[in-house]
Every structure is written in C-alpha cells, then in structure tokens.
Design a protein around this ligand. Sequence first.
Ligand SMILES: Nc1ncnc2c1ncn2[C@@H]1O[C@H](COP(=O)(O)OP(=O)(O)OP(=O)(O)O)[C@@H](O)[C@H]1O
Ligand SMILES: [Mg+2]
Length: 419
Amino acid sequence: MTHPIDYRGFYLVFREISRLVHSTSSVDEVIRLAVYKTTELLYAKGTLMRVRNPDTGEFEVAAACGIAERFLDKPPVSCEKIMEDLQGGEKVRIFRDIWAAPRTDSPQQVWDEGVRMILDVPLYHDEELLGLIRAYLSDAHGFEQAELDFVVSLGEQCACALNKARLIETQRSQYNRLVLQTEKLSALGRMAAGIAHEINNPLAGILLYSSNMLKKAGPESPFRQGLEIIVRETSRCKGIIQELLEFSRHKPPKKCPAKINEIIEKALSIVDNEMMLRHIKVEKRLARDMENILLDGNQMEQVFINLLLNAAQAIDKNGHIVIETRMDPCRRIEIVEITDDGCGIAPIDATRLFEPFYSNKNTGTGLGLAVSYGIVRNHNGHIKVASKLGGGTRFTIELPVHVGSGADTSDRGTEHGTP
Ligand SMILES: Nc1ncnc2c1ncn2[C@@H]1O[C@H](COP(=O)(O)OP(=O)(O)OP(=O)(O)O)[C@@H](O)[C@H]1O
Ligand SMILES: [Mg+2]
C-alpha cells in the first residue's frame, strides 16, 4: 500500500525539532517529538528510540510511540552488540524480512502484532553512536528518497540534542564537583585556621622561654645546641602558622594608584640577596608606558616575592629569570610575566599549583601561590602558568587598568637591565 508523502509535514516537524534542539536543554522533549512524528509521517505502527546511557555505555529504551506496553520492558543492549549490527555504516537500514532484523527477540510476536517491515536509523554525532531509532511498519512498501532523507535528518537532529544534553550534563557534574571541592577546602581552611590560632599561643610561650634560656646558657653549656634547635624549629613553626593565619584572614586590599614597575623593583630588592647566593641572573624588561593602577602595593609586592622565590627555588643554582611588564592598550590591562629556566612543572602538577598546601618542597607550606592567586583575584586580575617539565616556567599576571586611576603615559619604551 502506498501513502501520500506529507512534504509539508516533514518540513514542519524538521523546523519544530530544530527549534527545540536549539532552545531547550531537555533532550526528552526532542526525542519524544521525534518518535511521535516518525510514527505519524512514515505511517508506522510504532517507533522506539534507544539512547546510550553514558554511565553504563548500554543502549536503553528512552522513548516509544505506538508500541504495546508488554514490548516496552526491553533490556538494555550493549554497545558492542549494536555496533556489530550496524557494521555496514548505512544511515538507514530497512528490513523487509523481520526475521532478519537484529535484536528482535521474538519475530513471531512482532509479526502477530502486524509488523511487516522494520526501519533502523542510527544516531551518530561526530562518528560516535549515541542512540538508535527503530520504526515498525505494517506493510513492506518501498520508500521515497524524501522519506528516507526526512528520517535521516530527524536522526541527525536527535543526535545533536543528545550530544548537547551530554555536554550540559558533563559541565553540570564538573561544576558540582568543583563546588564540593571548594566547600571541602573552605571547611579545611577554617579548621586549619582554628588549629593555627590555638597553636600560636603555646608556640609563642615556647619560643620566649627557649630564647631566654639560650641567652642565659653560656657557650660551653651542654644545653646550648639543643636550645638552638628548639629556637630555630619553633621559629619555623611560628612562621608557618603566621602564614596560615594571614591566608585565612582574607584581608581586603587597600587600593590606591600605584606603578607596577615600582612594586616590582621593591620586590626585587628584597629577593636580591637570594638571587646573588644562587648565582641567578635576573633580567628586567619593564615597559615605560605602564599606567598608574589601583593596587594594594603591599599585597602585590608579596605576590611578586612569592613568584620570584618560587622561580629561584625551581632553578636552584645558576639560572636566569626574566621579569617583564607591558601594557595591552586594547584590553586595558597591564601584564607582568615572570619566566624562569628552572625545573618546570609536570602537567598533572600544574592543575594543582594554586591549591592551598600543595607543595613539593620539603620546607614549603604550599601557600605561596594560593595566597598570590587570592590577591590577584581581589584585584580583578588573572594569574596563569605555562610550563614544561625540564623546560622552565612562566607565570603571567594580568591586571585591569581602571578608568580614573590616574593615567601616566609620559615616557614610552622598554628598559632592559640586570640588577
Ligand atoms: N616557577 C616554578 N617552577 C617550578 N615549580 C613551581 C614554580 N612555582 C611553583 N612551583 C611548584 O608549585 C608548588 C606550590 O608553590 P607555592 O609557592 O604555593 O608553595 P611552596 O613554594 O611549595 O611553599 P611556600 O608556601 O613556602 O611558598 C611548589 O612546591 C612547586 O612545586
Ligand atoms: Mg612558594
């Protein structure tokens, strides 16, 4: 029996599905409409759609139309089985002999239901199989090309919707993981701050009494060496506790117009000695056209000291650090780059650098970069890292230039030099 082709119906359904795919993130609506309209426009007895479950990889029944209730309770089909059935790679597979159709558990029952032909449309997105539409027809007639084109296009739209839903789901679960991690970190931070506070006072007592005893112990005293160790190690613990308290305190920045180059010069003068001891050459490439920007000078100085010390520690001895500033007038930002030719960072470690307490140094607290990250973010800026294991590291800081922060663009050019 031949049916009139409903070209207008094809066009309207296609338009409706395209609209849905772009306007909604609910894939259910798209696949429901697809099975319903496939049934209607192909004059099918019923249509069933299987969709791949991303967790199990199996293809489960996701929507159906015109299929008797007792046929809906179908078990999931493994991906391997479906791929095996689709080996030919056709966009539509037509089975005029329903006994030859794959995955038909009981062809006789299907026949008794009045089905004489089965049509399969695999749903591919970028060559990845995301689902399958199966239409059951009551007569084994031929199809016009327009009808086949319609089901293929419908399948492509469904694959798009499935892919979109999958991307949204991935983003959502990544976001949830991040939120959970942030909550855990902030709880850990609060706990660490509480412990640090409790430890701070007894530590101050130990340091005070041991320092007094050390002063009183003569050079020959048998206690002298032990006391020196107590004082040194207690001071180190106090330093760590102090940094931890500073980190958890979240001081808001006190911003005033400042020149980034001057802050860098101050930071360099503080780490100068360290660089000399390690025989590290520091090259300054400070652009002269840097504008005044709103900054908390002390906090930003701390950031540069952290980055320069990290660079020096990554080099250990005999290396080269370049500190460069420049203005990006189009994006209205100032850029500071600190590049070293030190040990570099493995990609897996690079993802954790800014986490509090992440350190691979014996004496590091792992707070340097976490604190620097917080400070730069409080200045509405960005800090990023590019590194290659064994090939050095570059930290880039971008800070916005605020309107009205007191532009000063008097002399332009770039200064090169070694301190
Ligand atoms: N320039 C760099 N080159 C190679 N590795 C780096 C560099 N900067 C940071 N790192 C890595 O990032 C880790 C975290 O740095 P961060 O400054 O936060 O802590 P830290 O230096 O270990 O301790 P501290 O709290 O004393 O600064 C370091 O332990 C180091 O492994
Ligand atoms: Mg550090």
